[in-house]
Design a protein around this ligand. Sequence first.
Ligand code: NAD
Length: 269
Amino acid sequence: MTEKGKVRVVVVGANGRMGREVVRTVVKDPGLQLVGAVDRSVEKEDVGVVLGLGETGVYFSDKLGETLLKSEADVIIDFTTPNVVRDNIYTSLEYGVRPVVGTTGIPQEDLQAWDRILQDKGIGGLVAPNFAIGAILMMKFAAQAARYLPHVEIIEMHHDQKLDAPSGTAIKTAEMIVKERQRMVQGHPDEEEKLAGARGADFEGMKIHSVRLPGYVAHQEVILGGIGQTLTIRHDSISRESFMPGVAMAAKKVMEFTGLVYGLENLID
Ligand code: NAD
């Protein structure tokens, strides 16, 4: 922390769709201070100038370790890609910097390994497949409803540049539902797919369908079926700003706990 008590933040993937929004949020938030911006897709220019925010004195870099060393960061906020996030997290852990991770597609084994390191180092970290409060509520309501309507299909819809499928939010929703409903297999036992994948991905007997189209940001429907009725719970992120209050909150709260928290719902009452 600085003398002013601000949390010192390095944004990783700072020139991406989410990263740019995160940089804007950090620059505007009086409790946060932008001390570094890492992305491999941009020259060493002032981040604020590139993003139209005016000079910030913080320059894009493509070297995370060097940036962490120079900036004395408290926290990294990572919105990169599933194939590079692991290296970024290990680099941040090496420097004792708390990771706040929005990048999706992270295997469970990695979460467990990071938790052990964070515990050993006595610092906190957060991985959240979705930082939008409405999406957190959608997941909670879906899990609650599955106690009474245990037949569930999840349909998630995202922009067509998304790299991982199904989305981290869909997997997290399925994990939360599995904890609430009795173990079961849905649909007809003799069901046959005439085209491979027609019934979607299987998550412990539940189906997940991924739609990818330009025009979408991040959307999800959870459809629960019962005798003579269905219940649909839907959330739409219509702009990336929807994630930002959650990201800013996480960057501050991660200073207060030890170990890895998986899911923003664990930081909210
Ligand atoms: P994007 O492709 O627009 O941005 C990724 C950025 O990471 C790019 O600018 C790229 O140059 C940069 N990058 C790649 N490798 C790098 C490296 N080694 N070091 C530094 N930077 C590197 O993607 P996006 O739409 O911003 O999404 C990023 C991630 O965030 C995805 O995994 C997406 O699923 C996830 N996401 C999460 C939430 C959430 O609420 N948790 C919301 C939206 C998106």
